[in-house]
Design a protein around this ligand. Structure first.
Ligand code: SF4
Ligand code: SF4
Ligand code: FES
Length: 293
């Protein structure tokens, strides 16, 4: 784990305190248009959660100084290419914006706190002993990043092979064939979809075809969480969420109802963000079948 991850404020927060953090952010947005005086923020947060004062500087990220720092342009090198970026942007988004592909499944640019759960976006940074996760690591002035370092590739390949070991391999019949992020990642990392390194573990769950527009096949889900984030956090609908634990973890509806009988409003936003064939339009020619970032 990177030291910057460890010191991130939300690592110290309980659920209640995380909610408070959300309230604080909303409050900043609505009442202060993105910036609050530090004292007001500390006072506000302490009143809500009793959170130790020494951590509050991490939490109070508004104010002119911070905004000024985030706006700074910096130079760095990714894969030998000189790049200009905004200080504090995450390596993954800087690389993708500049046409350099780093494998990723769980990253959503709008998400304030990346889940960093797929562990596919490892890169190496000159001067660091271990590979770092590109979706959480901010860029710094003069950084030299190698996306094809031996150790980073070894870690990313292991993550991808573990995913593939529990993924049904019927690409020929899949609605996302040729627009699937997992196919792209396997190709990029030079691994076969029929990898034999790990024992195959398939779930054999029934596909949910109850929606008029899309199919949900839990067997193909890579648990990236994008659909859940969109439905719950972005749209505030909450028709789907994660249930169960361990190998049985899956995306489901309240009381495991078929999607067509749930509170789902068929807005299809979840289908648009699913990187694999787990949520796919019944009509292959549906204009939004292409995976959105
Ligand atoms: S279609 Fe819309 S409402 Fe239904 S599960 Fe997906 S995001 Fe939620
Ligand atoms: S259904 Fe798709 S978007 Fe949702 S968690 Fe699974 S792979 Fe990710
Ligand atoms: S994209 Fe970085 S861990 Fe998933």
């Amino acid at each position: 784990m990177r030291s910057s991850d460890y010191h991130h404020p939300t690592r110290y927060l309980s659920q209640r305190e995380s909610n408070n953090f959300g309230i604080l952010k909303r409050e900043r947005k609505t009442s202060f248009r993105g910036a609050i005086p530090a004292e007001a923020g500390i006072h506000f947060f302490k009143n809500l959660s009793g959170f130790p004062l020494e951590f509050t500087p991490y939490l109070i990220r508004g104010g002119k100084d911070t905004i000024q720092r985030q706006m700074n342009n910096i130079s760095l090198t990714i894969d030998g290419k000189k790049i200009k970026a905004k200080e504090g942007d995450k390596i993954l988004w800087v690389a993708l914006k500049n046409g350099i592909y780093i494998p990723n499944l769980c990253a959503i640019q709008e998400k304030v706190q990346p889940s960093a759960s797929c562990r596919l976006c490892f890169v190496e940074v000159e001067g660091e002993n271990e590979p770092v996760v590109a979706c959480t690591e901010p860029v710094r002035e003069g950084m030299v990043i190698n996306i094809r370092g031996k150790n980073a590739l070894r870690l990313a390949r292991t993550s991808a092979e573990l995913l593939i070991a529990s993924h049904p391999l019927d690409c020929g019949h899949c609605l996302k064939n040729r627009s699937c992020e997992l196919q792209k990642i396997a190709k990029h990392l030079g691994i076969k979809l029929k990898t034999k390194r790990f024992r195959r573990l398939e779930r054999n769950l029934p596909a949910d075809k109850s929606s008029a527009l899309f199919i949900y096949d839990p067997n193909k889900c890579v648990l990236c969480g994008k659909c859940v984030w969109v439905c719950q956090e972005k749209l505030g609908i909450g028709a789907i969420g994660f249930t169960r634990r361990g190998f049985k973890r899956m995306v489901s509806t309240f009381q495991d109802k078929p999607i067509g009988e749930s509170t789902c409003g068929q807005c299809i936003e979840c289908v648009k963000v699913c990187p694999v064939g787990s949520l796919a339009f019944k009509d292959k020619n549906f204009p939004s079948q292409k995976v959105a970032k």
